[in-house]
Write a protein that binds this ligand. Structure first.
Ligand SMILES: Cc1ncc(COP(=O)(O)O)c(C=O)c1O
Length: 448
């Protein structure tokens, strides 16, 4: 245990100290091994000791660690951008490399705004997103997000040009006689209503996570939802920004999560799995139309960060994509995703307190409820998700439980996002340890 001067997320004194990583395992200073079944927060997609990736980072450090992008470009940055564009949906043509997810989202907000200034529509300054989404913690990204708990104390600082519509989560919000498709269309149409309410020519962009991660626990939208969203954006000239910071980079079984929605966004945000946690990196990808508007207009995107296009981060990201391809890991994500999903269904499907098991690929969520029939969440004061996290760590399992699943306050879910390299034995361990952790947390909170 440590308790020094680090101003961390929580009091450092409560946390074990990590000293090593081995395959899918994290090892603390007491030698205890934790199966990393959430990759932290869906970050460590290749586990913790991929030699090829670690060597790529070291080689780049030896060649040139950093040169400011105001003066130089670099091979790793150029090659990573080329590679991402080759994988991205048609029309996505440019890559803006930053250092994390919030930076990617900030860049997207500002690019959407500047695009409309460049094309002579400066009245477009409003941004719409969804309640219960998470787009990052910097002020712009926080304002674009829809998690009330994260926003609450900063609300006075958040711009009034950011607006939210409902999320798309059929299991919780679908009507009793409504099909998933009809529900998806109904909530997608809220975007049109909101655009009209704000003034059809004042909206710049709509932001959404294709699979909602941290704040809802791996919730994909209903079939047809994103197609309808794309139609509405096209109708009103609004840019569609998909935030794939958590669900992208292979996590759902395709390199881009939006591939499974069969739509092409105007802007994609990525981070986390892009360099699998070996280096901090993020990326904002945009269409040729947006890039050209700026290139042929002012010629300068009024943005930038010191560490953008960092050569070591870019070399690492490139190596991660190389390993995903060399080891056929998208196939393993699909296969092990099904195996893990089946194992979760088998173990927890009949549990009276497990309301929903959902997700895509190796991005799965379990939502806990006090009453399966009514979907009534547990009393937030129980702190169930925190107890599960602690009990799981005691069992040697890293998972990502969180609260506020329903409305930012109540609701508990557990997010699983294990490395793409897991096999059946890991799946068994994850399910066994999670089962024990949930039982311990229930016992501690008096739920029988
Ligand atoms: C969907 C999404 N967008 C943005 C972010 C912010 O990324 P970062 O924490 O790297 O700033 C996150 C982080 O969890 C995320 O899940």
């Amino acid at each position: 245990m440590n308790g020094g001067h680090v101003f961390g997320r929580h009091s450092a004194a409560q946390l074990p100290k990590v000293v090593a990583g081995d395959d899918v395992w994290l090892i603390d200073s007491a030698g205890k091994r934790y199966l990393d079944a959430s990759g932290g927060a869906a970050v460590s997609s290749l586990g913790h000791s991929n030699r090829v990736v670690l060597d790529a980072a070291k080689e780049q450090l030896d060649a040139i660690a950093f040169a400011h992008t105001g003066f130089f470009t670099s091979d790793p940055a150029e090659q990573l951008a080329d590679k991402l564009v080759s994988l991205a949906p048609d029309g996505i043509d440019r890559v803006y490399l930053v250092s994390g997810g919030s930076e990617a989202v900030e860049a997207a907000i500002k690019l959407a705004r500047q695009y409309f200034v460049e094309v002579g529509q400066p009245q477009r300054s409003q941004v719409i997103s969804r309640w219960q989404s998470y787009h990052g913690n910097t002020l712009g990204a926080l304002a674009a997000g829809g998690n009330r708990w994260r926003r609450a104390q900063f609300e006075p600082l958040l711009p009034s040009t950011m607006h939210q519509i409902d999320p798309c989560h059929y299991w919780r919000w679908g009507g009793p006689d409504e099909s998933a498709f009809d529900y998806g269309q109904r909530v997608a149409n809220q975007l049109e209503d909101k655009i009209i309410e704000l003034g059809a020519d004042t909206v710049a962009a709509f932001f959404a996570e294709p699979v909602v991660g941290a704040t809802m626990g791996a919730v994909p939208a209903s079939e047809g939802y994103f197609k309808r969203i794309r139609e509405i954006c096209d109708k009103y000239g609004v840019l569609l920004v998909l935030d794939e910071v958590m669900c992208g980079a292979g996590r759902t079984g395709t390199y881009f999560a939006s591939e499974q929605e069969d739509i092409v966004p105007d802007i994609i945000c990525m981070a986390k799995g892009l360099a699998a946690g070996v280096q901090p990196i993020g990326a904002m990808l945009c269409s040729v139309k947006i890039y050209d508007a700026i290139a042929k207009g002012s010629g300068f995107f009024q943005h930038g960060h010191t560490y953008m296009g960092h050569p070591v981060a870019a070399a690492t990201g490139l190596a991660v994509i190389g390993e995903i391809e060399r080891l056929g890991l998208l196939e393993n994500v699909q296969k092990m995703g099904r195996t893990l999903r089946d194992a979760l269904d088998a173990r927890f499907g009949q549990d009276p307190y497990v309301g929903d098991i959902r997700g895509r690929g190796l991005f799965l969520g379990i939502e806990l409820v006090a009453d399966k029939e009514t979907k009534q969440p547990f009393e937030p004061g129980l702190g169930l998700n925190k107890l599960i996290k602690k009990a799981a760590m005691a069992e040697g399992l890293i998972c990502y439980p969180f609260g506020g699943t329903v409305d930012g306050k109540s609701g508990d879910h557990i997010l699983l996002a294990p490395p793409f390299i897991i096999d059946e034995t890991h799946v068994e361990m994850i399910v066994d340890r999670l089962d024990l952790a949930i039982a311990t947390a229930f016992a501690q909170s008096g739920v029988s």
